[in-house]
Design a protein around this ligand. Structure first.
Ligand code: FAD
Length: 401
């Protein structure tokens, strides 16, 4: 009979968060393995992630060379517009006493660097075949037939139905009925190099994040995420056709030129939000997108995941507590309580934002325009929003620790 390979922690999902978590746990003295369903190949992609200052600092503390070597661009300002009115808000890092609001980072670069760090822990082209709970441990049979026994299973990928069924953890889901088109665009306006722009309109939410200088020195490349209502995009054969039709109106609103870089290709994602009612049961823990998915409009998805990991590592600081099954349960419940509240606040705020800007009601449109203008006049309110987007809430962290 085949022998079990014993490990402390088994992670499913070798994405950015799975690899970061795996490498950190191994570094803290936990024997860790990561199961990744795909091969290790990473394709070139126009996708970027926006790291807030908290996530950036975690990464630098972990391995500053990763942060130094990945392709990145700092964001100094952010302008938010309502397409239909004159309402807008300008967030500026100087007003908030920060060096930058956040960093836009190549998804492929960050994934590739973290995969290198966690390489020895990853079992590529593998997934769960069977799971079985036995004497405070979980026995897992992988698709490669390998047998692994772990004290704690962590899901770092958003749709592992087998793990959800096994743990009994439930996700509350909301379809946004929107598709995000992700690509790279080019502009000749220097503003596009320092300032992130976001426009809310009836033909979707367009976000442009400064990303790199073009080979043509007078041009600037931004990463684009355009979240479009499905009932609008369904009438277009391709994403490029949609962009061709609506980009000129956005250029007019922004008062600068934007051109889609066709070479980069457009990727499309169906947008949804989900949140697990609880993150831990039957020795299985949900982290990052496995526990919560959020609309990309605030660029918070991966940052909530990094904050989850920071909180988890805080709970796992003492290995003796991990070995005691009843103590481990308490630690995981502490983790779940701390992070659930903060993630729920962010999720509900994003849902409210999406609903306000989806509304066709004239009064709502008037109020949101008015609201944008009022917020723009109040520095303390803007700084409050910047602080919320910069990392976990310090007061709530203290309350739970
Ligand atoms: C259009 C769009 C734009 C976004 N923009 C931003 C942004 O600007 N800023 C931000 O913070 N967040 C953003 N997000 C969210 C962010 O991309 C996610 O939060 C982040 O990628 C989650 O990282 P992850 O490592 O947890 O998961 P993933 O990147 O999804 O990685 C999961 C890994 O698990 C593997 N896997 C899947 N199923 C299995 C299985 N059954 N067994 C084993 N392995 C499996 C996958 O192959 C993959 O490697 C955006 C999301 C979208 C859709």
């Amino acid at each position: 009979m085949k022998e079990f390979n014993n490990t402390d922690i088994l992670i499913f999902g070798g994405g950015i968060l799975g690899c970061y978590l795996g490498a950190k746990l191994q570094e803290s003295g936990y024997k860790t393995l990561i199961v990744e369903k795909n091969s290790g190949e990473i394709h070139e992609s126009p996708r970027t992630v926006t790291l807030n200052n908290f996530s950036k600092n975690l990464l630098i503390d972990f391995d500053s060379t990763i942060f130094n070597l990945v392709e990145k661009h700092s964001v100094q300002q952010m302008k938010v517009f309502d397409f239909e009115g004159t309402g807008k808000i300008l967030f500026d890092c100087i007003d908030a006493n920060l060096k930058q609001l956040n960093y836009v980072i190549s998804h492929a670069d960050l994934l590739s660097s973290l995969r290198k760090k966690a390489h020895d822990l990853i079992l590529f082209e593998n997934s769960i075949q069977k799971l079985n709970e036995k004497n405070d441990a979980i026995e897992v049979q992988l698709s490669s037939d390998e047998l692994i026994r772990a004290k704690l299973i962590i899901s770092c990928e958003s749709n592992n139905l087998k793990l959800l069924k096994f743990s009994g953890l439930n996700l509350r889901k909301r379809e946004y009925e929107q598709t995000a088109l992700v690509g790279l665009v080019e502009s000749s306006c220097p503003q596009a190099d320092q300032t992130a722009h976001q426009i809310f309109s009836d033909f979707g939410i367009l976000a442009l994040m400064p990303f790199r200088k073009s080979q043509n020195r007078n041009k600037f490349i931004c990463s684009m995420v355009w979240s479009i209502p499905n009932n609008l995009i369904k009438d277009f054969a391709t994403g490029e056709e949609f962009v061709d039709k609506f980009l000129p109106a956005m250029e007019e609103k922004l008062s600068f030129d934007i051109k889609l870089l066709s070479k980069s290709g457009l990727q499309s994602y169906s947008l949804y939000a989900h949140h697990a009612q609880n993150y831990f049961d039957h020795s299985t823990l949900l982290i990052g997108d496995a526990a919560h998915a959020i609309h990309p409009l605030a660029g918070q998805g991966i940052n909530l995941g990094f904050a989850d990991i920071d909180s988890l590592l805080y709970q796992l600081i003492n290995k003796d507590d991990f070995i005691d099954a009843s103590k481990l349960k308490i630690l995981m419940k502490n983790f779940s309580r701390e992070r659930h509240l903060q993630n729920e606040i962010m999720l509900q705020s994003m849902n409210a934002f999406v609903s306000i800007f989806e509304s066709k009601n004239l009064y709502t449109k008037f109020l949101r325009n008015f609201g944008l203008k009022q917020v723009n006049k109040k520095k303390f309110l803007k700084n409050f929003f910047v602080e919320q987007a910069s990392g976990p809430n310090k007061f709530l962290n203290k309350l739970f620790r």
